[in-house]
Design a protein around this ligand. Structure first.
Ligand SMILES: *[C@@H]1O[C@H](CO)[C@@H](O)[C@H](O)[C@H]1NC(C)=O
Ligand SMILES: *[C@@H]1O[C@H](CO)[C@@H](O)[C@H](O)[C@H]1NC(C)=O
Length: 285
């Protein structure tokens, strides 16, 4: 490879890849000392007690990306707590891609709750149990967001996809840059068994931990995207065109068959006028 193309490749990777220092990539936004960045920016912890939860957000805004974060959730009796980890734009017609982890009594399963908002419209919940204990160790939760689709993955296994179905009149998040947000808060009015199990404050403070943030993403700044610069590097941008291959589709089916506990696309009682158009169009459900 000629040295000039190596230089181009390196520059384009500098533009799009951002790997893991919480001091550089994130700001703690609330919680009055309950959120902490530790180990020279390699670890971030959020905590919740009776007085307050805590949260952080990314410095960058992104318009498309493949974003990985490792989380270790509140252990023990985490009933009533919610750890939210999501992408969101601003404003009333906002776009949002959500992971929310609903705690539970010791030994009972967390629920992983997901949702997708486009131009202010959500109501697209899918919920899952996990095939491991998410409090025992760190696991990787990823969002792939490109112009064709959104894929939610856990340790590289896809659990949900939301395809671009603008052709069927379904708005798709593609014009509004989003930040990464996360927070740990008390939601014992609804989170665990619909609010029946309350938070046990004698177990506080509750703590969730984050590490190994990695964003292969188009950073939005002053009205333009780092990805609109023409780069000769197709490898570093492969995620922009990525779709589920057949083995990933098999894995997605496995998760949906064995671990999905709620799917808005099958909730005909909730949508008596008919299921939303994206549910009937393809295999989004
Ligand atoms: C908590 O455990 C109960 C009993 O296993 C289960 O029905 C529920 O889905 C679990 N998760 C939450 C968040 O309530
Ligand atoms: C980038 O450059 C290549 C080669 O010059 C060209 O074929 C391609 O259309 C360009 N892509 C964009 C998005 O401008």
């Amino acid at each position: 490879m000629a040295s000039s193309s190596i230089l181009v490749l390196m520059l384009s990777m500098l533009v799009v890849a951002s790997g893991g220092n919480f001091n550089q990539d994130f700001d703690i936004t609330w919680g009055d000392g309950r959120a902490k960045i530790l180990n020279n920016g390699q670890l971030l912890t959020l905590s919740l007690d009776k007085a307050s939860g805590s949260g952080f957000q990314s410095r960058n805004e992104y318009l498309f990306g493949k974003i990985d974060m490792q989380l270790k959730l509140v252990s023990g009796n985490s009933a009533g707590t919610v750890t939210a980890y999501y992408l969101s734009s601003q404003g009333s017609a906002h776009d949002e891609i959500d992971f929310e982890f609903l705690g539970n009594l010791s030994g009972d399963p967390y629920i992983l709750h997901t949702n997708v908002f486009s131009q202010g419209k959500g109501n697209r919940e899918q919920q899952f149990y996990l095939w491991f204990d998410p409090t025992a160790d760190f696991h990787t939760y990823s969002i792939l967001w490109n112009p064709q689709l959104i894929i939610f993955s856990v340790d590289g296994t896809p659990i949900r996809q939301f395809k671009n179905l603008e052709s069927k009149g379904v708005a798709y998040p593609k014009n509004q840059p989003m930040r990464i947000y996360s927070s740990l808060w008390n939601a014992d009015d609804w989170a665990t068994r619909g609010g029946l199990v309350k938070t046990d404050w004698s177990q506080a403070p509750f703590t969730a931990s984050y590490r190994n943030f990695n964003a292969n993403a188009c950073v939005w700044s002053s009205g333009s995207s780092s990805c609109s610069k023409n780069s000769s590097s197709t490898t570093s941008n492969a995620w922009l065109y990525q779709e589920l291959d057949s083995s990933s589709q098999e894995k997605l089916k496995w998760v949906q068959k064995n671990y999905m506990i709620y799917n808005y696309c099958t909730d005909t009682k909730r949508f008596p006028q008919g299921l939303p158009p994206e549910c009937t169009a393809t295999n989004n459900s």
